[in-house]
Design a protein around this ligand. Structure first.
Ligand SMILES: Cc1cc2nc3c(=O)[nH]c(=O)nc-3n(C[C@H](O)[C@H](O)[C@H](O)COP(=O)(O)O)c2cc1C
Length: 340
């Protein structure tokens, strides 16, 4: 049995956030190990997207390593890229606990973390010591107390600190746990946000660094079409779809009542798979190849990843499946992709 196989029963008996903190504590010990090596992956898995070269199309989605504390570990697990964050410009605690719930029988996670963040300055400091040979993205958000009308100032403040330490930046306007954040997806709010960020990127002499936008799965088809046109016209580099969903309809009874009883938050994992895929397919059709897309949401095995790539996604990301399956999932997905 692998280490996670032995640890899993212990971790899953603990409160989810305590388990997360314990896993990170162990992870930090592993990162300090001088003999940490990355697995060999076939050169066939290499992918190029938005001007960057990725050793594999599989990445770690935002939200797990919010503070960039375990980068050597993600590299050693074989991830082709890691998206750190969401990072907010100023430190903030996030929502009160409990705010993270697992439903292992369904491969489902409910979270309302609410951007717990050490703040951009602390995370930027850590990025100065990032390992070579791993593509790192920085996912940015706004502080809870910042009024919606001043959101651009927050993204700019976080960008100034984080962008110099990462390979690409993702603007998160799709978390359901920061009041008003998703309103930034509306074209009239999105256009000035993207223009403002691209202007800052130019001012910083970083025109070649990709800027991506991460979208929610809870958008109507006509909204998706409008967002795609704003994104393409703005000149950003790509899209990430999707974040977690507010839609409780993706879960069947009797589990649904149990999920609803836990209160607010976004859902991720296996039950999100079909909905996220439908949204991605709509976006890919609307994009007509004009921008690359990173597929995320409910991906849990090599077949899912292969399916997303076959749909036209340039890269993929996972989060929830890693919690349920453990670190060996990365190698298994790579093996499956190589066989295909
Ligand atoms: C506990 C938790 C925290 C998350 N935090 C963030 C976050 O800070 N920023 C973000 O863009 N996405 C965040 N996400 C969303 C994931 O990046 C991903 O988009 C979503 O979980 C769907 O992928 P999955 O089904 O593979 O988990 C979070 C997800 C979970 C489960």
């Amino acid at each position: 049995m692998n280490l996670y196989g032995a640890l899993r029963p212990v971790l899953f008996r603990l409160d989810p956030e305590t388990a997360h903190n314990l896993a990170f504590w162990l992870g930090e010990r592993v990162c300090a190990w001088p003999r940490l090596r990355s697995p060999e992956v076939s050169a066939h898995l290499r992918r190029d997207a938005f001007g960057l070269s990725f050793p594999t199309p599989l990445g770690l989605a935002a939200g797990l390593d919010k503070g960039a504390t375990l980068l050597p570990l993600w590299k050693a697990l074989g991830f082709g890229h890691v998206e750190i964050g969401t990072v907010t410009p100023w430190p903030q605690p996030g929502n009160p606990r409990p705010r993270l719930f697992r439903f292992p029988e369904a491969g489902l996670i409910l979270n309302r973390m609410g951007f717990n963040s050490e703040g951009a300055a602390v995370v930027a400091g850590r990025l100065r010591h990032r390992p070579a040979g791993l593509v790192v993205g920085g996912n940015l958000g706004k502080n809870k107390e910042t009024p919606e009308a001043q959101a651009l100032d927050d993204y700019r403040a976080a960008y100034r600190l984080i962008a110099p330490g990462v390979d690409y930046v993702a603007l998160n306007v799709s978390s359901p746990n920061t009041p008003g954040l998703r309103n930034l997806q509306a074209p009239e709010a999105l256009k000035p946000l993207l223009e403002g960020m691209l202007k800052l990127r130019s001012e910083m002499g970083m025109d070649r660094q990709p800027l991506l936008l991460k979208l929610a799965p809870d958008l109507a088809p006509e909204d998706l079409d409008a967002i795609v046109e704003v994104a393409v016209a703005s000149g950003i580099s790509g899209l990430i779809a999707t974040n977690t969903t507010l839609d409780r309809g993706i879960v069947e009874e009797p589990l649904r009542s149990r999920v609803e009883a836990k209160g607010a938050g976004g859902l991720s994992g296996t039950p999100l798979k079909a909905k996220a895929r439908e949204v991605r397919r709509h976006i890919l059709t609307a994009l007509r190849g004009r921008l690359p897309l990173i597929a995320c949401g409910g991906l849990g095995n090599a077949e899912d990843v292969q399916g997303a790539l076959a749909d036209g996604a340039a890269l993929t990301q996972i989060y929830s499946a890693l919690i349920f399956e453990g670190p060996s999932l990365v190698g298994r997905i790579h093996q499956g992709l190589e066989q295909k």
